[in-house]
Write a protein that binds this ligand. Structure first.
Ligand code: UFG
Length: 328
């Protein structure tokens, strides 16, 4: 029997698209998810789902053995920036302590390859854009700090053992596949909120600040298609198989402002989005744009859906098919 890939947090947004791609490429996959944010319906019927926490050493040890796991993709995490500032303890527990326990269980079971779901949040306020991997890492929120802390654990452990790791620092994920889309509760991200306004489920959208030093005064972000993100995880597994470890940014290298995003959503959906200008949101850098040159040269990764309109189109189609999200 071929070995499996364990995907923690595989019922979440980016995790489920990665599971879909992995299963489609013929790999054996097993998902571990506590379903606190993820959706059972997001997992294909023929992929086993174990409900539980990555920090539950006994459970993880058993499933590594029973499913003959030889590599792990670790998505399971808390990921709301605002909440992380209010409940830092919960974030260090879920994102660092549970991760460290997962690594212990992997070591005990002889599983030596891990792909980690990291974030552009590790950089903090950028000194310059596009941001490369050698840019200073000085997170400005607890969420980013927990991602950086776990990357450090990976680095030190890899230096002291035969652990191989690839850490993928995502910029702003967007879009959907036919099966899997973005369904958060509460929803805090710009594109899904704009689409909810287009659906008529929210009355209006608030633009968080229009006095930034950007051409239209609103924040600029680098949106990357979730299908391209998922594909990077498969390439990362291949890299680990050939003995390569590393840290890679994943973005398009292009920035879109909040107003650009709203215009695009209006164009794709054919709806006018009522909006109001609001205060700046705490902790928002003016401009985050990635250089993904390293992922391109070392992992052979390339964005195949670089257009924001394609991502919005895919997310809108998923919502048209799933007007209530996975609940429908
Ligand atoms: N925004 C609004 N109105 C809203 C929601 C968002 O104006 O109702 C603005 C934000 O202020 C920001 C931009 O839209 O300027 C994008 O905000 P998101 O919440 O969609 O995404 P973030 O850039 O804050 O965060 C995302 C991930 C983080 C990750 C970060 C790295 O959610 O996990 O990208 O770039 F760390």
């Amino acid at each position: 029997m071929p070995s499996s890939v364990l995907v923690t947090g595989g019922a979440g947004y980016i995790g489920s698209v990665t599971v879909e791609l992995l299963a489609g490429s013929g790999r054996r996959v097993v998902v571990l998810d506590d379903l606190s944010k993820g959706h059972r319906e997001a997992i294909p019927a023929d992929v086993p789902l174990v409900v539980g926490s990555a920090g539950d050493s006994e459970l993880v040890s058993t499933l590594l053995r029973e499913h003959e796991v030889d590599s792990v993709i670790h998505f399971a995490a808390k990921s709301l920036v605002g909440e992380s500032m209010e409940k830092p303890g919960d974030y260090y527990e879920a994102n660092v302590v549970h991760g460290a326990r997962l690594l212990e269980a992997m070591e005990a079971a002889g599983v030596r390859k891990i792909v980690f779901s990291s974030s552009a949040g590790v950089y903090g306020e950028p000194e310059s854009v596009p941001i490369g991997e050698t840019h200073r890492t000085e997170p400005v929120n607890v969420y980013g700090d927990t991602k950086l802390a776990f990357e450090k654990i990976l680095r030190w452990r890899a230096g002291a053992s035969d652990l191989g790791f690839v850490s993928l620092r995502y910029f702003n994920a967007a879009g959907a596949t036919e099966r899997c889309g973005e369904d958060h509760d509460p929803e805090t991200h710009l594109i899904p909120i704009a689409l909810k306004v287009a659906q008529g489920k929210l009355p209006k959208l608030t633009v968080f600040g229009d006095d930034y030093e950007t051409p239209d005064g609103t924040c600029i972000r680098d949106y990357i298609d979730v299908r391209d993100l998922a594909n990077a995880h498969i390439l990362a597994l291949d890299a680990l198989d050939s003995g390569r470890s590393g840290v890679y940014n994943l973005g398009n290298g292009e920035g879109w402002s909040v107003l650009n995003v709203i215009d695009t959503v209006e164009r794709v959906t054919g709806k006018t989005l009522p909006r109001e200008m609001g205060e700046r949101r705490e902790g928002d850098p003016a401009k985050l744009v990635a250089s993904s040159a390293l992922a391109e040269s070392e992992l052979g990764w390339k964005a195949t859906h670089p257009e924001l309109a394609d991502m919005v189109e895919a997310a809108w189609s998923w919502l048209v098919d799933h007007p209530e999200g996975y609940a429908a």
